[in-house]
Design a binder for this molecule. Structure first.
Ligand code: ZN
Length: 180
């Protein structure tokens, strides 16, 4: 027989019964020849760790899970794949950089001083491209260094798709600094 510990469901079931009958962990342990801690662990297993695994939609590589939620798995691009997708929308960039930086939506919202719902709207494509001002604020909060920032804010300050296009070459070269 292969050695090693395998979960003994029958034993755990029996332990649960005894526990329900009012036996203490120590008493049950004596019956099974194990410590009371052992019984306690068997009956109250530690909750499974809630580490989220997030993989790139295209290359399947692992992405920093720190800022992610389970549904982000295979719903986001890693920065290398993103760099090969110049057609990707602003929201796609935002999310990829946010996850790479290990920030949750609320964390980024706090750092950038914008509403979390605004960030979500961009990431879900409900909003197109933001103003230059908002865009640089978001990327600065993400610790993304933009090679050029001489485009300046739009004169009217309004939403302008061209602003994002202007930023694109810069984003291709963007470099994610460590976010502290
Ligand atoms: Zn990838």
């Amino acid at each position: 027989m292969a050695s090693g510990r395998r979960p003994n469901l029958e034993r755990r079931h029996r332990m649960t019964e005894l526990r329900d009958q009012g036996y203490t962990f120590g008493e049950i342990g004596q019956m099974f020849g194990v410590t009371r801690q052992c019984v306690q662990r068997a009956l109250n297993p530690a909750p499974r760790s809630r580490v989220v695994r997030v993989r790139c939609r295209e290359c399947d590589c692992d992405i920093n899970p720190a800022g992610a939620v389970p549904r982000d798995d295979r719903d986001v691009l890693c920065l290398s794949c993103l760099a090969q997708r110049p057609d990707a929308a602003f929201g796609e960039h935002l999310k990829a950089y946010r996850l790479a930086a290990g920030l949750k939506v609320v964390g980024l919202a706090e750092k950038a001083g914008v509403y979390a719902s605004v960030i979500s709207s961009y990431e879900h494509g409900r909003l197109g491209a933001p103003t230059w001002h908002l865009m640089t604020r978001l990327f600065q909060a993400l610790g993304v260094r933009l090679a050029v920032d001489s485009h300046g804010p739009a004169e009217d300050g309004g939403v302008d798709e061209h602003r994002f296009d202007a930023l694109m070459p810069t984003l291709q070269e963007a470099e994610l600094l460590s976010v502290g």
